[in-house]
Design a protein around this ligand. Structure first.
Ligand SMILES: N[C@@H](CCC[C@H](N)C(=O)O)C(=O)O
Length: 269
């Protein structure tokens, strides 16, 4: 079976998008997704995005990391899918409902409110974003927030000094996090500017993580470190994150199509 895809990216966080909104896509297995994600032998992407029909929203979006695992939310893909769709839309994800409003090579997305919990266990000290008494080497006293998907956020004085390529996988797979976790390391530059690097669960170091930017900005805002509108700069570029009066998180930033193609499913297991 031949399957068409659209390759897109948001700040260099890249996706292959399969459009099954008319309902005729087969379900791909984890091994097939891993093979397609291979940057030498497959298409190569951080996440595979599968669009489908929805009874509660304009359409549904399922998200798979490069390791094949299905996850709940993806901020950069939300904007990319908005640009692909070309009109304002509500999108059902397993992490909740999101709204997207596309412009030219950019989109704004309403990502919902952050839930201050630690994986399945809402902890008293995590509920109000207080720092948690935990540490991994030079990364200490994180906060945890769920913005559809789970994130842990560390604030540091010098982002460049953090070996995220070694600490990221260690924290992601710590037995404290049975569902694994996205690891954000951030430096506050001013009340409206944050510098951020993210080790993504199931994808590793990426050029940008939209939900990571939302998670980091919302923790920083709740802790009084930044204003309600903040620029979050990742290796791939900058997102604007805004908090509304109800606690909703809004993200704005670029997204664009790279190319279109197709693959033979049998070639990928
Ligand atoms: N790149 C994404 C997040 C993708 C999912 C994440 N790795 C997870 O496992 O939750 C974004 O832009 O938000």
């Amino acid at each position: 079976m031949r399957i068409s895809f659209v390759k897109m990216h948001g700040l260099g966080n890249d996706f292959a998008i399969l459009d099954g909104r008319d309902g005729d896509l087969p379900l791909l297995g984890e091994a097939q997704i891993r093979a397609l994600a291979d940057r030498n032998r497959g298409i190569g992407f951080d996440q595979l995005i599968v669009l489908g029909p929805s009874e509660t929203a304009d359409f549904a979006m399922r998200i798979h990391n490069a390791d094949g695992g299905e996850v709940e939310a993806c901020g950069n893909a939300t904007r990319a899918v908005g640009v692909l769709h070309g009109a304002e839309a509500s999108i059902e994800t397993t992490g909740g409902m999101v709204q997207v409003r596309p412009g030219t090579s950019m989109a704004e997305a309403a990502m919902g409110a952050g839930r201050f919990e630690w994986q399945d266990i809402p902890l008293a000290y995590a509920m109000d974003t207080r720092e948690m008494p935990l540490g991994w080497d030079m990364l200490e006293r994180p906060s945890a927030v769920n913005v559809g998907n789970p994130h842990i956020v560390f604030f540091v004085d010098d982002l460049r000094a953090v070996p995220l390529e070694t600490l990221g996988p260690e924290i992601e797979t710590d037995p404290l996090f049975p569902q694994r976790i996205n690891v954000n390391v951030a430096q506050i530059l001013s009340r409206d500017s944050i510098r951020l690097r993210v080790w993504e669960r199931g994808a590793g170091l990426t050029l940008a993580c939209g939900t990571g930017a939302c998670a980091t900005a919302t923790v920083a805002y709740r802790q009084g470190l930044v204003d309600s509108v903040v620029q979050v700069t990742l290796p791939g570029g900058t997102l604007t994150i805004r908090h509304d009066d109800e606690g909703g998180i809004h993200m704005a930033g670029p997204a664009s199509e790279t190319y279109r193609g197709s693959f033979e499913l049998d070639d990928f297991g």
